[in-house]
Every structure is written in structure tokens, then in C-alpha cells.
Design a protein around this ligand. Structure first.
Ligand SMILES: [Zn+2]
Length: 479
């Protein structure tokens, strides 16, 4: 049986290409996981949702998927957090690994086949570093605390091929930090000598710990000795992390490391880049409390993974209203048709074609919504029957709409009241005015409809009209 053609945008080369598997019928994939020193933010959650999407689309197409995503549980940031709290690095890593895994479960992210931890893969890193030294791609250098090992960037001919950077440009910005003893500012650490009180492992160069980049290379080689088809991560990881992964792996192994690189775009919060200094870090935990997991999944997949995404109360509130509408549709379809079983539903080639074309969830959703508008408009068994196959994709690919409609609709409503800090009575008052406005607009009485809108806005209500429906929030921004 031949599998459908899947096209993807490969950062390596910058073109959209047809996916050709290393092993027929199977896809091997690796996605960089979190460094567990604190709670993850929504940007990290987005990267996890994009890798979840890619693996789900390959499964939908009939591929066998073997994928790994790591936990970076040794790192400068973990050591710093441990020192700040006066606890061990192990305790910090253990605590935030557990939180991360619970959040992934709540977000309905399917578990990877392998979830390696850096601290459990030290021997794999050591043997890779030794091989690199033997081949002349790495060298040990004395520091005040013992020996570091660095990768000799200029010796690797293709350095910069992923990020399209050239060495002379990079050289201008390269610095040798105090305490480092590199031959060249471009070189990066594979192994760092342990400073007093830091977690460390014995090595041929003395007690120390791995650099971040070598972790992923070693973990990939451990689980996929022949290399992987696809490597994934956020755009912010292209340089230096992924560039360095390529250099280390290909210098060491003499085979192509990853043939396709998929990078998701980043998200902004009310049009600003999320950053600790701006104080606008939105944790996944806060998001889940204020909006819920399905709103995040739907919001991310309303966009193409390569487009930038902006979080604002207005955007999220629209998605929340759309999710309620989808659940209301599921309920209605069940009432009209008497039964629904997404697994037995027939295929919709138009939807699959969009998903197989660079994972275009935004376009596929548009097709699903077109049928839904018809179903609501005509409200016949025929029109609902035509929409119902979309449920298969909402469940298998988008990972939403799998719950009981009434309870989710109530949950969304309650979460919104809590988030905005208003009473049920006030919400009902706003909603009945909005309904009245819809009625007036249908009767083409725009003057009165606009008057209602103005009244609502004067009392601090944000009225949002959209293609699907109207919804509302308060003008206070993100909570
Ligand atoms: Zn990585």
C-alpha cells in the first residue's frame, strides 16, 4: 500500500520538500524537550503541541512513528535555581520534570516512544566526546577548575548550513568568557569541568558535566543509531543549538544526522516577545487554569505552525467561543443523527490534503468550518451528516472535542467568569444584550444594534464580531 505524499518545509535548504522516509513506512523523529529548572511557559507548550501535531499527521497517513523527546535535567539554570533555593539540583529537576509531564498529559500531548533524561545518558555523551577528540574535532583545555572539552568549529566544513550563517560574521560576535580557555571564540563546550558544589560525573578529563548541545546529539544516537528523519524545535533553537548538534553528530558519525528540520514559529503576548525582563511570561499552568487545554490546542492549530502567533485576551476569547460552538455542534449532530463514532467515520480527502501539505491545520480547519456553517444554517440530517466526518480529524489530529459537550461548555463558561471576575447575573445580562443585538442586526436595524454595542462598551465590555459568531470579554486585557 502506498502512503500519501507528505510535503514539509525543511529549514535545511529552506524549501518545501516531499518527505521520503529513511525506512519505508516509518518515520523517526526527535523534538528538543524542556530544561527543567522552572515551570514551562506557553511557548514551550506550543513547541510540544507542534511535535504532537506532526506525529499525529504521520499516524493519520499510515506511518509507523518512533519519536523521542528529551528532558534536560543538568544545566546551569538548574544549578542556579538549586542554589537560590538551597536544595539539590536533582530536587529541582525532579520537581519540574513531574510538573512538565503532568501538563503534557493535561494538554493531551501523546507520549513519545522514548523520553530520555540527560543524566541517564552520560556514558553516551562521553563516548561521543571521546570519538570527537580522536578525530581532531574536539580538544580538552585546562581551566581553573579542571579540564573543559570544546568543539573545534572551524574544522567542521559545513558549519552554518542550517542557520545560513558564515563563520567570519560569527567570529565578530564570538567571545571567550572569563574562565574559558578555548582556542577560538567560535568553539563551544562539550564538557565542562565541575565547579565546587556542582553536580558532576567522572570522565577521562576529570569530574564534570556535559554541555547542552551534546546531550541531544548523544540521546538521538542512542535511540536512532542510523540517524533520524526529522528533527524539530522552535525557531529560537536553530542557532546555535541545532547548528551545533549537526556539527557534533556529523563530525562524529560520518552519516547524515537529520534529513529534515521542522521549526515552529514563536509566540508573542499582546504583540511583545515573551521575556523574563518584560515580566510577561505566561506559564502553561496559568493558561490551563484560565482557559483550559483544548483552547490552547485549538488556538495553536488555528494558525499554521510557521506563522507567528499572538496571545491576547481578545484572540483567546474568540477561540474559547469557537470551542463552545464546536461542542454545541457535536451535541446537535448527536441529537439529529442519534449516534457518532469518530473512529468509524469516512475520510475527507480535502481535509487530509491540507494536513499533508506542510501540516496546514489552519486550512483544514477552514474546510471543517465551511461544512459546519452549512449544517447550522440548514439544520437537516443531511447537512449534519456532511459535517460529522470532521470529528475524526478534531479527535485524531487536533486532539480536541473528545469530551462530553455539556460539561465542557459549562466548564468554559465558568472559567471565563472566574477569569474576568464577574458574576453569573452580570454575564447573563451581557449575553442577553448581545443576543438582542444579533436579532436587531438580522432585522437590519443597525442603529439600535450599534446603540447596544456602545452601551456595552461604555460599561467596559469588549464586543467581538467574527465570521463564526459574536463573543465578548472585558476590556482589561490578559488576566
Ligand atoms: Zn536539543
Amino acid at each position: 500500500m502506498s502512503l500519501p505524499k507528505i510535503m514539509l518545509t525543511n529549514t535545511l535548504g529552506g524549501k518545501k520538500e516531499e518527505f521520503k522516509a529513511l525506512h519505508p513506512g516509518k518515520v523517526t523523529l526527535y523534538a528538543c524537550g524542556p530544561t527543567v529548572y522552572g515551570k514551562i511557559h506557553v511557548g514551550n507548550a506550543m513547541a510540544a503541541l507542534v511535535s504532537d501535531l506532526v506525529t499525529r499527521v504521520f499516524r493519520l497517513a499510515g506511518y509507523q512513528v518512533e519519536w523521542a523527546s528529551n528532558i534536560t535535567d543538568v544545566d546551569d539554570k538548574i544549578i542556579k535555581a538549586a542554589n537560590d533555593e538551597k536544595v539539590s539540583a536533582q530536587e529541582i529537576a525532579g520537581r519540574f520534570t513531574e510538573i512538565y509531564l503532568n501538563e503534557m498529559k493535561e494538554l493531551n500531548v501523546q507520549s513519545p516512544t522514548h523520553r530520555p533524561k540527560a543524566t541517564e545518558s552520560i556514558p553516551d555523551m562521553l563516548s561521543m566526546i571521546e570519538a570527537l577528540i580522536e578525530k581532531g574535532f574536539a580538544y580538552a583545555a585546562e581551566t581553573p577548575f579542571g579540564k573543559d572539552v570544546y568543539f573545534r568549529v572551524r574544522k567542521f566544513k559545513n558549519y552554518g548550513k542550517l542557520s545560513n550563517k558564515n563563520l567570519d560574521e560569527l567570529q565578530t560576535g564570538a567571545r571567550i568568557e572569563p574562565g574559558e580557555s578555548k582556542e577560538d571564540g567560535l568553539d563551544f563546550a562539550l564538557w565542562k569541568a565541575a565547579k565546587p558544589g556542582e553536580p558532576s560525573w567522572p570522565s577521562p578529563w576529570g569530574e564534570g558535566r556535559p554541555g547542552w548541545h551534546i546531550e541531544c546529539s548523544a540521546m538521538i544516537h542512542k535511540h536512532f543509531p542510523a540517524g533520524i528523519d526529522i528533527h524539530m524545535g522552535g525557531l529560537d533553537l536553530i542557532f546555535p543549538h541545532h547548528e551545533n548538534e549537526i556539527a557534533q553528530s556529523e563530525a562524529c558519525l560520518d552519516h547524515k544526522f537529520a534529513r529534515y528540520w521542522i521549526h515552529n514559529n514563536l509566540l508573542t503576548i499582546e504583540r511583545e516577545k515573551m521575556s523574563k525582563s518584560l515580566g510577561n511570561i505566561f506559564t502553561a499552568e496559568e493558561f490551563l487554569k484560565n482557559y483550559g487545554a483544548e483552547v490552547l490546542r485549538l488556538f495553536i492549530y488555528q494558525h499554521h505552525y510557521r506563522s507567528p502567533i499572538d496571545f491576547s485576551e481578545e484572540n483567546l476569547c474568540r477561540t474559547e467561543a469557537l470551542l463552545s460552538k464546536l461542542y454545541a455542534a457535536k451535541k446537535k449532530a448527536f441529537e439529529v443523527l442519534g449516534s457518532l463514532n469518530p473512529q468509524s467515520l469516512e475520510k475527507v480527502p480535502e481535509i487530509e490534503t491540507s494536513l499533508y501539505d506542510d501540516f496546514n491545520t489552519a486550512k483544514a480547519l477552514g474546510i471543517m468550518m465551511k461544512n459546519l456553517r452549512e449544517a447550522f444554517k440548514q439544520n437537516t440530517a443531511e447537512s449534519w451528516k456532511a459535517w460529522v466526518p470532521a470529528l475524526k480529524y478534531f479527535s485524531e489530529v487536533y486532539g480536541i472535542l473528545e469530551k462530553d459537550p455539556d460539561s465542557v461548555i459549562a466548564e468554559i463558561h465558568n472559567r471565563k467568569l472566574k477569569r474576568l471576575g464577574i458574576t453569573e447575573a452580570r454575564a447573563q445580562e451581557i449575553e442577553s444584550k448581545l443576543e438582542e443585538r444579533v436579532r436587531l442586526r438580522a432585522q437590519k436595524d443597525f442603529a439600535t444594534a450599534d446603540k447596544i454595542r456602545k452601551e456595552l462598551e461604555d460599561s467596559g465590555v469588549l464586543v467581538m464580531d467574527g465570521a463564526e459568531n459574536s463573543t465578548w470579554s472585558l476590556k482589561s486585557g490578559l488576566s
